[in-house]
Write a protein of this length. Structure first.
Length: 394
């Protein structure tokens, strides 16, 4: 069925900053490149500042606006609520939407605390029994090279996993004058680099290996304790007077941790927004007893694969350009070799979510997967607060 004849799926989105723009692009683009079984209609964008919401709705392609998430959730023409707000509000919006019978896509990390995440999982499970679906936005799972990495592990091509190394490196906070945003406020964001980008690292490690982290030992640090309060934000950056008032940073700037994996392997993780020169480097390497995989999001169309069973004289890392129609999602886009970018994974997320809703299946990553990541983040925080004590995960 093509996008024009499929039954409509009314979408409402709360939040319209960086993630809201990325999700809007995905809702707009998905039916144009993929044959979706339901046709997403971008019905309503919600937010408290009426003027700003209207302007964002016009820019991002939403038909209407709502001045609160409660108003949005209550609308009969909204079948799915997309939550793109700071973590503090995820639980209340997602739970209310699920209880109102709306499918939910919620940005990561799932929540700010384990308690909130548990309540969200309970609401998601109760809703699933009524055919209402939920998904958490660990978007990088939908990068074709990441899909291929998971497939190679599942097919046994690297054998038993011995090491997982994941670094998520950015540098947008390295400048001590970079302004305060909600991402630096514990009340709003739950944690800093750990939750914002370390959560992706944990989810990717678990997704690619198919294993769980069973215990961690961590260190966290805040390098810059006060920053200027910004007047306005665009993307991750703010603008304001050089002489603006300063406010406290209440989250970590960097987090590192060691982990054990359920299959017996060891993990090393690093999340920082102070890695000067690294912009959005998700560097991942998995070593198994039959081979290895290596990926860097800054070269996101490439996966390196070493087959250790090959003749040692010619074995070595092979550079696979993941842009063939045989690769996940790729055939719907450009001719072989033309490559995809950051935004495509958001489109794939929407494609998979809509497909699952139409098929009456629970999409992944589920809220339960989001809770599993949350438990790791919480364990790292507890460990770091207690001299890197080992914290086992149940
Ligand atoms: C900021 O560090 C951020 O926007 C994250 O919040 C996103 O999840 C990631 O995709 C890019 O970086």
């Amino acid at each position: 069925m093509d996008g024009t004849t499929a039954a409509p799926l009314g979408v409402g989105m709360v939040g319209y900053a960086f993630m809201g723009a990325a999700h809007s692009q995905a809702w707009r683009t998905a039916p144009r490149f993929f044959d979706l079984p339901l046709h997403p209609e971008m019905r309503v964008l919600g937010g408290r500042d009426a003027v700003a919401v209207k302007s964002a709705a016009d820019r991002l392609g939403w038909q209407d606006t709502a001045s609160s998430w409660q108003e949005l959730v209550a609308r009969d023409d909204v079948d799915l609520v997309d939550v793109c707000t700071p973590g503090r509000t995820h639980a209340e919006i997602a739970i209310a939407a699920l209880e109102a019978g709306k499918h939910v896509l919620c940005e990561k990390p799932l929540a700010n605390t384990i308690e909130e995440a548990e309540a969200m999982v309970a609401a998601a499970e109760a809703a699933a029994a009524r055919g209402v679906r939920s998904m958490v936005g660990y978007t990088y799972r939908r990068v074709p090279a990441v899909q291929l990495a998971r497939q190679l592990v599942a097919d046994g091509r690297i054998g038993a996993v011995r090491h997982v190394r994941v670094q998520y490196l950015q540098d947008w906070l390295a400048d001590p004058e970079a302004p305060l945003s909600w991402r630096l406020d514990k009340q709003q964001a739950g944690s800093g680099a750990l939750g914002d980008i370390g959560s992706h690292a944990v989810d990717l490690a678990q997704f690619i290996t198919g294993e769980r982290l069973t215990g961690v030992s961590g260190l966290m640090e805040t390098f810059v304790h006060e920053r200027p309060v910004a007047a306005e934000f665009a993307g991750l950056h703010g603008t304001g007077d050089p002489g603006a008032a300063r406010g406290p940073v209440t989250v970590d700037d960097a987090a590192v941790f060691l982990a054990r994996l359920s299959g017996g392997g060891l993990g090393v993780f690093e999340a920082t927004r102070f890695a000067t020169g690294r912009k959005n480097a998700i560097r991942l390497e998995v070593n198994g007893d039959r081979g290895s995989l290596s990926f860097d999001f800054e070269d996101m169309n490439v996966l390196h694969f070493h087959d250790a069973t090959e003749d040692a004289a010619v074995a070595g890392f092979r550079r696979i350009v993941v842009t063939e129609p045989e690769h996940a999602y790729v055939g719907r886009w450009w001719p072989a070799g033309h490559g995809l970018g950051y935004e495509h994974a958001f489109t794939h997320q929407v494609v998979d979510l809509v497909g699952a809703i139409a098929a009456g299946q629970d999409p992944t990553p589920s809220f339960a997967d989001g809770l599993a990541v949350q438990r790791v983040l919480d364990a790292v925080e507890r460990s770091a607060a207690d001299d890197s004590r080992w914290v086992a995960l149940g």
